[in-house]
Design a protein. Structure first.
Length: 255
């Protein structure tokens, strides 16, 4: 089936990545910095067991969009046994997104965004690293990310993602009806996409199998059940197949 994957989340699911169960981490998560844009109050006391403590908040709005905890410096996400990352994300000391994957006629490229100063959410992209690479970064009135070169985001009232979309050079896929585990990782989602005269529909289920010491997932399994058909056809009656893939993330942090 031809489509652009995320993530996961993503992202990105995920991208990222990217499901019917999620293993709990064995180590405690790092507390959010006191300068965090988004944070939760710390009320834990010495006589309160660690498992009763509140989970730390996100260190920035951008890190919340990608459900990343701790002072993340960069993330590289790999699909199956591929040697090159399918997606790269980078953040500055303030937690603002600065490095991201885009697409050009030559394929995926990495682009850099430079902010006006240490507190601004405005800026511009550096010179493209590939011909005609997409360079778009938009925020809403709350300064949350709503569009980057390969993705768009829509938020629910509680701040979680309501839906998101991923796009290649000539195709795009929208993911809706997201469900989450207790850590904010996507468990299930439905998708619909189109490109180059074809369409596809289906759903993804995520199973997270490894986490790092900050509580961010580093490995997951994705079960994708869907079908692929011509735009002149209907998805009704089409037989859906299930494909299972794996995703791996390498995450580095600021000290």
């Amino acid at each position: 089936m031809k489509r652009t994957i995320i993530l996961g989340s993503i992202l990105l699911a995920g991208s990222a990545i990217l499901t019917t169960s999620c293993k709990k981490q064995e180590k405690g998560e790092e507390k959010a910095d006191s300068t965090a844009v988004v944070s939760q109050k710390e009320e834990a006391k010495e006589d309160i067991p660690a498992e009763a403590e509140e989970e730390p908040g996100y260190a920035s709005l951008d890190l919340q969009t990608f459900n990343l905890r701790g002072k993340v410096k960069d993330v590289k996400e790999y699909y199956n046994d591929e040697k090159q990352p399918a997606r790269v994300l980078g953040f500055d000391q303030q937690g603002r997104l600065t490095t991201m994957t885009s697409f050009s006629f030559e394929g995926p490229v990495t682009v850099q965004y430079v902010y006006k100063n240490a507190t601004s959410f405005e800026g511009d992209f550096k010179e493209n690293e590939g011909p005609y690479a997409r360079t778009e970064l938009r925020r809403d009135k709350q300064n949350r990310l709503i569009a980057v070169p390969t993705s768009e985001f829509e938020y629910a009232p509680d701040g979680k993602l309501k839906e998101y979309s991923l796009s290649g050079w000539e195709d795009g896929t929208t993911y809706t009806k997201l469900t989450f585990d207790e850590k904010g990782n996507i468990l299930t989602e439905e998708y619909k996409g189109e490109g180059e005269g074809s369409e596809w529909v289906g759903d993804n289920k995520y199973e997270y199998t490894a986490f790092d010491e900050k509580g961010n997932w580093t490995r997951c399994k994705v079960s994708d059940t869907g079908c692929f058909y011509d735009m002149s056809e209907s998805a009704d009656g089409k037989e859906r197949e299930t494909n299972v893939s794996t995703r791996r993330r390498v995450i580095t942090y600021y000290e």
